[in-house]
Design a protein around this ligand. Structure first.
Ligand SMILES: [Zn+2]
Length: 87
């Protein structure tokens, strides 16, 4: 499962199993259990956490914009809640 994590710089990144965190659109689970699509543009070196190979994924901030239909900050290739089509 891929989750959000806030770095020391206040930047939101994602972290999860190394084979799931890859460049491309990833499904990230929020603290509330919702799933969001996020564009990962860069990944970090794998590291061990509790015996599992994990790594960080860095999000594409310029890829995100506010959708005029659903009024949410969204990433490309996600499904719009208002129009049910891809952003
Ligand atoms: Zn939308």
């Amino acid at each position: 499962m891929i989750r959000y994590k806030r770095t020391h710089d206040g930047e939101w990144v994602v972290t999860g199993p190394a084979d799931e965190v890859q460049v491309g659109v990833a499904t990230v689970t929020t603290r509330e259990g919702h799933e969001k699509s996020e564009p990962i543009v860069r990944v970090g070196k794998p590291f061990n956490r509790d015996g599992e190979r994990m790594r960080y994924g860095y999000l594409c901030k310029p890829c995100r914009y506010k959708c005029v239909h659903c009024r949410e900050v969204v990433a490309p290739d996600t499904i719009c809640r208002a129009t049910d089509t891809k952003h």
